[in-house]
Design a protein around this ligand. Sequence first.
Ligand SMILES: *[C@@H]1O[C@H](CO)[C@@H](O)[C@H](O)[C@H]1NC(C)=O
Length: 246
Amino acid sequence: MWKIALCLVAFQVILAQEAGEIPEYIKPCRRDDPELLKCFMNSLEHVKPYLAKGIPEIEVPSIEPFHMNELSLQLTDGPQGYKITLKDLEVFGASNFDVKSMKLSENGEPFTAQIVMPKLKIESKYISSGVLLIIPASGGGDFHAVFEGCKANLTGKVSTPVRNGKTYMHLDAFSITLDVEKASMSISNAFNNNRVLLEATNLFLRENVRVVLEAMQPQLHKKLAMEFGKLTNQFLKHVPRDWFYI
Ligand SMILES: *[C@@H]1O[C@H](CO)[C@@H](O)[C@H](O)[C@H]1NC(C)=O
């Protein structure tokens, strides 16, 4: 009996030692946890506030707001087709995610996760060219969007590079698709604040928000995946796999 007790004590000591070097933003799971998936989902929830603030010691930037450099969309065809480019996007609300479900990678299949974000707010600059209906709509100004009820599917593959004798994880193929329940968009500070043009454009955005969103989605998905993938890998680069499950 005392042998078992001694073993347990030794085991605890090892766990404590390992835990000692594990930073606070990691909530490790036990390999033999019968609810390992649930534990991983909890670990993801645990890291949220750290992502919101950023983790300077490993150069992970804050995702509140989350930055994207550019999205450009062609809204109508033809030589005078209306084109709008959003620049310096700031996305607010991305850290407020809930992990709804998750499937770990198995037999070479990618992992998948479903997350929801109640509200994403986008603030950016925009420049536009072309003609919108009959209004010449070239110009630039501020662009605002609110997406509510966002559901995102994440899919990816993880490789396990070894560095200095330690195994790490790396996100290889990563994709994001986003479904938005309710969207609204508007512009301001454009057309020298010509009220007629501003209102006409905002009316167009109100009535065609789904069309604009659809035009935006392929690029938005690609950029989100690229930026989030970069961020995730910046995080994983500093976290040996053993820290996730001990
Ligand atoms: C996410 O995946 C589910 C299940 O495969 C699917 O029903 C849903 O349409 C997907 N949503 C998006 C935004 O891709």
